[in-house]
Design a protein around this ligand. Structure first.
Ligand code: NAD
Ligand code: ZN
Length: 359
């Protein structure tokens, strides 16, 4: 079938919307008609940085839509089902899946070819590729959603919301009465902020260079805001927490310097959580003696440590019951043809989330 897809032919060049050939769904796969796809900073990293995904690529991994057809052996979903596409592998049988740690699944990625342009094979990012009219995905990655869930807001749950809420609830397990700092309050960080408020944190300190983002963070439950252009974030966090630092600091940017800030603003015995995706060559340096003496933890967080079948329906339910905000997260909607403008707006810090909507 011929579809339109935005292709990254070479890193650091604009995407080009092309006519692309999509295969019929292979055994175990479903073909999803994409109805909405959020634009996440990870997409931008794959344009700019050297990563495991090599162009030509079809980017986009925050997608939702409706199942159009299914391959052999698929029983989880059927044509017509409205779905969120969770990314990553979920083989169900590896060491990690058996422990319920689906986000760490060790199965090899898919090897079947899904997309072609002429004789060029295109790789869908994270085995999704939602900057396209259709995507063939592993049916095990699909989570059905109720009819009343608006599809553009559902798309946000495929990555940013799940990562942000999961970082608080699953990775860090923030308990009521905690003090929390969030460095970087864009599309993912705002969800860390609202997750911390939901978890009953006493202080939720949002840190960002863009004042508009800090205002949004207040709407999402931040109790305090810090702009590092005006004050030292570590000193400011300490002075808000009796000199000790926060119980939990989340880095949601992807830079060694801000990861170190997160560590430094965490109290003794507290937890610094790395959510941001750094460059493949980056390293972080931590004072080794302090690490031992302070008893701090520095932990990574991939995909909010979530178990998609359990957690994604919960996050949908939180939205439908007005316990989390998603409407306010979508700053702008774009057509697929406007993908480069959507990426520019993200890079310029103009949007919390931009969403590509189809039709
Ligand atoms: P975004 O661009 O929407 O937000 C980043 C925010 O950081 C912006 O508001 C920006 O103003 C702010 N910022 C930049 N430099 C700063 C600094 N030095 N100090 C304070 N604030 C600063 O990006 P996003 O979509 O929210 O993604 C955030 C990060 O999370 C990216 O690295 C992305 O790749 C990563 N990510 C990780 C996972 C995961 O599984 N762990 C999932 C999704 C995204
Ligand atoms: Zn993402």
């Amino acid at each position: 079938m011929r579809i339109k897809a935005a292709v990254l032919w070479e890193r650091r060049t604009p995407l080009r919307v092309e006519d692309v050939e999509i295969a019929d769904p292979a055994p175990g796969e479903a073909r999803v008609k994409i109805l909405a796809s959020g634009v996440c900073h990870s997409d931008l990293h794959h344009i700019r940085r050297e990563t495991a995904f090599v162009p030509p690529l079809v980017l986009g991994h925050e997608g939702a839509g409706v199942v159009e057809s299914v391959g052999e052996g698929v029983t989880r979903v059927q044509p017509g089902d409205r779905v969120i596409i969770a990314f990553g592998q979920k083989c169900g049988t590896c060491y990690f899946c058996l422990r319920g740690e689906h986000h760490l699944c060790a199965a090899p990625g898919p090897s079947n070819v899904r997309l072609r342009h002429g004789d060029q094979v295109l790789t869908p990012l994270l085995a999704v590729g939602s900057f396209a009219e259709y995507a063939n995905v592993d049916a095990r990655n699909l989570v059905k959603i109720p009819d009343e869930m608006p599809i553009d807001r559902a798309a946000l749950i495929a990555c940013g919301v799940t990562t942000g809420l999961g970082a608080v609830i699953k990775t860090a397990r923030v308990e009521p009465g905690s003090n929390v700092a969030v460095i970087g309050v864009g599309g993912v960080g705002l969800n860390v902020v609202q997750g911390a408020a939901l978890a009953g944190a006493t202080r939720v300190i949002a840190i960002d260079l863009v004042d508009r983002k800090l205002e949004m963070a207040r709407e999402f439950g931040a109790t305090h805001t810090i702009n590092p252009n005006r004050e030292d974030p570590i000193e400011a966090v300490r002075s808000l927490t009796g000199g000790w630092g926060v119980d939990y600091a989340f880095e949601v940017i992807g830079h060694p310097a801000t990861i170190r800030q997160a560590y430094d603003m965490t109290r003794k015995g507290g937890k610094a959580v790395v959510v941001g995706l750094a460059d493949g060559a980056d390293e972080v340096s931590i004072p080794a003696q302090d690490l031992m003496r302070s008893g701090k933890s520095l932990v990574g967080c991939f995909y909010g440590s979530v178990s998609p079948y359990q957690d994604i329906p919960r996050y949908v339910d939180l939205y439908l019951n007005r316990r989390i905000k998603l409407d306010e997260l979508i700053s702008r909607r774009f057509a697929l043809d406007e993908i480069n403008e959507a990426i520019r707006a993200l890079d310029a810090g103009e949007v919390a989330r931009g969403v590509i909507v189809f039709e």
